[in-house]
Design a protein around this ligand. Structure first.
Ligand SMILES: [Fe+2]
Length: 199
């Protein structure tokens, strides 16, 4: 008998090592400290941890001159990702809709969520020391069915995957892909700049 297993609906996650990260991060960290000192925590009430975020208080950072280099890299990388997914950004240009930063202190994490009403989302890691939390991705199948016992994890049964992150790394994915951050196991702050793109 002949049989085959076919993979349907895989989830693409693009990982980019930003080549100018060292100088870019130095400049971004300076700006982040300035904004942090002047901006109240914009953390939504629904977030359980005490993470500092400008999500509700300064979410247009891509429009600031100090973030223009990062803005250009986000657009370039989002277009590469869109090309891989055959998203027609030539006729319908992608635009960054919002861009904010998050500072995770010890034990700070983030619940499972996605970014509704956007097409492409991502994060760039400005400060991420070894051993810090990565980004957890959650399969859509995880919340729909009873999970049977597994003898091993493979790409057909995996419902969650943690991607380790480090400084200078940019992660890009479809906005619908659920993700989370487990409570930070280190004392070092973990700083990410997150963004959404639409057309
Ligand atoms: Fe997110």
């Amino acid at each position: 008998m002949e049989r085959r297993l076919q993979t349907l609906f895989p989830s693409a996650v693009q990982i980019t090592e930003v080549d100018v990260a060292r100088s870019l991060n130095r400049r971004l960290l300076r700006q982040i400290e300035i904004i942090r000192a002047a901006t109240p925590n914009g953390r939504p009430d629904s977030w359980s941890s005490s993470v500092y975020t400008t999500l509700n208080t300064a979410d247009q950072l891509h429009q600031k001159a100090e973030f223009s280099d990062l803005h250009r890299i986000i657009l370039d990388e989002a277009m590469r990702f869109a090309d891989a997914l055959m998203i027609n950004h030539r006729d319908f240009p992608l635009r960054v809709m919002d861009c904010w930063f998050n500072i995770y202190g010890p034990k700070d994490g983030q619940e499972i969520h996605n970014h509704p009403n956007n097409i492409i989302s991502g994060s760039y890691y400005v400060k991420a020391s070894p051993g810090c939390s990565g980004i957890m991705f959650h399969s859509a199948r995880a919340d729909s069915m009873l999970l049977p016992p597994m003898t091993a994890v493979n790409s057909f049964n995996q419902s969650v995957a943690e991607l380790a992150v480090h400084e200078g790394m940019m992660v890009i994915f479809r906005s619908s892909l659920k993700h989370s951050v487990r409570p930070s196991p280190t004392d070092e702050e973990r700083i990410s700049v997150s963004f959404n793109l639409s057309m």
